[in-house]
Design a binder for this molecule. Structure first.
Ligand SMILES: [Zn+2]
Length: 209
């Protein structure tokens, strides 16, 4: 498996994978330790996750199958998520997880990791969504302004849709509302005015980096 790594912008590292399956299976436990509604902050095996996901995610419930590796196109985690993995709490690690950890073992300070794959139909929108997550975490001024904009809208219906996907903890819902707002073709029913306001902020900050 080939993982392409580069420092995209200040503190935001981009990993590109050739296939969606390689991307999703490599990121799975890092991502779900970060933001799963059930496994956040827990130590778990792939088998435990698979069983839970089939019974609790939207696609899993619909199909009875483990659809994780086709459900998700982009991934994003802050670097602190790697700590329990380096500390041996997730034992055993898969070969892909070891390769992932090797990439960052000499990077110091806090940073953000985003992951995409090359099979997606809209790579620019995917990358932008993930960069938005990176900015939200690494740039407190951006986060503050984004939250102020979101608070002016009723985003509860959007959050309900996000919850039903089975991949998001309450703690990341505002960040997701923000990132989905950048994609005009999203299926989240985001108010058009909210999308416009977030787009203005994103471009302001992104251009200044
Ligand atoms: Zn997202």
């Amino acid at each position: 498996m080939k993982i392409d790594h580069k420092l995209l912008i200040n503190k935001i590292h981009l990993l590109s994978f050739e296939t969606q399956k390689e991307l999703a299976s490599t990121f799975l436990r890092f991502q779900e330790y970060y933001e799963s509604p059930y496994f956040k902050d827990k130590i778990f095996t792939l088998e435990e996750f698979t069983e839970w996901y089939v019974n609790n995610s939207q696609k899993g419930i619909e199909t009875g199958e483990f659809t994780y590796c086709s459900d998700w196109n982009g991934f994003n985690i802050p670097s602190r998520i790697l700590e329990p993995f380096y500390a041996g709490k997730f034992d055993p690690l898969s070969d892909a997880e070891k390769s992932f950890l090797d990439i960052f073992k000499n990077v110091s300070g806090s940073f953000y990791i985003i992951g995409v794959h090359l099979q997606t139909k809209n790579p620019d929108a995917l990358l932008e969504h993930e960069i938005a997550h990176g900015l939200f975490t690494t740039n407190p001024g951006y986060k503050e302004q984004v939250l102020a904009v979101i608070s002016q809208f009723d985003v509860e219906p959007v959050k309900e849709k996000l919850r039903s996907k089975g991949g998001y903890h309450e703690d990341v819902l505002d960040d997701e509302v923000h990132a989905y707002s950048l994609d005009e073709e999203n299926e989240m029913s985001i108010p058009a005015e909210l999308s416009q306001d977030i787009r203005v902020l994103f471009e302001q900050y992104y251009e200044n980096i």
